[in-house]
Design a protein around this ligand. Structure first.
Ligand code: ADP
Ligand code: MG
Length: 222
């Protein structure tokens, strides 16, 4: 399974005195292949999250296409795209996405519950929580977790369905060195097991885990 971006662009309208159209991502091509981990770096505002969100099926490109194998993601209706996304794409969005009313374990199980077709994979969820060092907190509510712990919970959630595509937007922000290495290791293992992994990060430690490093500036790869 591959995820391919063909000439994608994203414009945002900026309101205000000098209202104008701002192009956050410019005519960009990218292919994510199985078994390969690509790292994208670049300063804040260079368009990394915009690119990742388009690839994830949650932000419509202004032009261009995103293909998941042969399927044009944005040609699908919302319901079909959401299902496909949930099944095939493990997304670690930037920032916090915990559901505060659920426990840590339930948060990790969420992708299996959303479009349920069978019993929740509790064993796998527990294994993942163990790997990210949170198994002892499985019954806590997210408010009891630190920022770094919430990031690790998001990583476990993204890996639950054994997705073929993994998109991680600064998954190690706020983590200490030991946890950075362990999260990078999890993503690397997923790639070695056949996933296509895209990692957006500022961490120096990441370079040793990636197969290819791309730099972004002003919405371009440079
Ligand atoms: N919803 C939006 N509306 C307007 N501008 C946006 C929106 N999202 C992002 N931008 C702008 O697009 C540029 C790229 O943002 P982003 O992709 O988040 O960058 P990065 O992840 O590299 O920090 C920034 O200048 C940002 O302000
Ligand atoms: Mg970002």
């Amino acid at each position: 399974m591959a995820l391919t971006a063909k000439s994608i662009r994203k414009d945002f309208y900026r309101a205000g005195k000098n209202s104008n159209i701002f192009t956050a991502v410019q005519m960009l091509d990218l292919e994510l292949e199985q078994g390969k981990m690509i790292e994208i770096t670049g300063r804040s505002g260079s368009g990394k999250s915009t690119l990742l969100n388009m690839l994830a099926g949650i932000l419509n490109p202004t032009s261009g296409r995103i293909l998941l194998d042969e399927v044009d993601l944005y040609a699908l209706d919302d319901e079909k795209r959401s299902r496909l996304r949930n099944e095939k794409i493990g997304l670690i969005p930037q920032g916090h996405t915990a559901l505060l009313g659920l426990t840590v374990l339930e948060n990790v199980l969420l992708p299996a519950v959303l479009y349920s077709n069978g019993s929740a994979p509790e064993q796998r969820a527990a294994d993942l929580l163990r790997q990210v060092g949170l198994i002892e907190m499985d019954n806590e509510k997210p408010n009891a977790l630190s920022g770094g712990e919430l990031r690790r919970m998001a990583v476990a959630r993204a890996l639950l369905m054994q997705p073929k595509i993994i998109l991680a937007d600064e998954p190690t922000a706020g983590l200490d060195e030991e946890n950075i290495i362990s999260v990078m290791g999890l993503l690397r293992n997923a790639a070695d097991d056949g996933a296509a992994v895209l990692l957006v990060t500022h961490e120096n430690e990441a370079a040793q885990f990636a197969d290819e490093i791309l730099h972004m500036d002003g919405g371009h790869f440079i």
